[in-house]
Ligand binder design. Sequence first.
Ligand SMILES: [Zn+2]
Length: 316
Amino acid sequence: MKEKAFGSLSASRISYGLAACVLVATLAYGQGAANAPADPPPAQAAAHETITPLDPPTVYVASGSTGSNNGIILGDDGVIVVDTGVSAASEKVEMEELSKITSKPVTTAIVTHSDGDHVNGLAVLPTGITIISQENCKKEMEAAESAPSRGPQATKPPLPTRTVAMKDSATIGGVEFQFLHVAPAHTSGDLIVYLPAQKIVFTGDIIADNSPYPIIHMEKNGSSEGWIQTVEAIVALDANTFVPGHGAVHTKADIEQRLASVKARRAQIQALVAQGKSLDEIKQELGEAAAPAPGGRGPRFPSFTEVVYGELTKKG
Ligand SMILES: [Zn+2]
């Protein structure tokens, strides 16, 4: 039932999430931005934000104008958020919605990775709160801070105050959290956020509905092999609700299915590389036309096939 409620997310909201991701990619990954056509601003309707109960009265998910799924956990003395919106403005909309269900202040933010559509909203959260991330995520955020202009981002997000290497746990506001990093996957600094009592997992963009195969940020040292190891660890958790970085809530069966299809695809690419096929030949063989990705405007991340091919043919 819970999944159903959340699964009823309108298609327009989900595709907004996609638009935001592409836009953020433009902002955050600089180089391509100058010569790439600017995406039009996301639909005006995007100012809409919905907070959906997942395990009330403790766990909720916010989505809509934030561009990414954001966890909201109501602790005894404050609110813990998992990821934030794509911009300060979208985060303000989320905070307005949040004020309708609690008057408690946000005391802690946990970020699943360093992409702008998950961290930019940190800029408008109360100053001095605890911000938790994987240690490489913090490094990526520091690098982004010192990079020259990343676009019209008025306020830079504050940096994490507490980092996790591989595994950690904490009780925050009476709620038990476990944090897990397995290997570089979507980025080098992914952090899985697990609520054992509620059997809920926030996966960040390791799982996201915006692409049939995972998006691996090579520029942030992500890894397709690491993705498989990470998702195997996600599946092994005693949980039944999995909140992806974008899109509707997944069941364990959904995650298992995705894992199996990604493993099969990677094995297929590996076999074709072993036969000495070129990237173009492999794409052709896999039925990946040279046509742009659906909805395609603006820069795109390398496809899963391109990433795996690059990993397998890298010299040294
Ligand atoms: Zn994202």
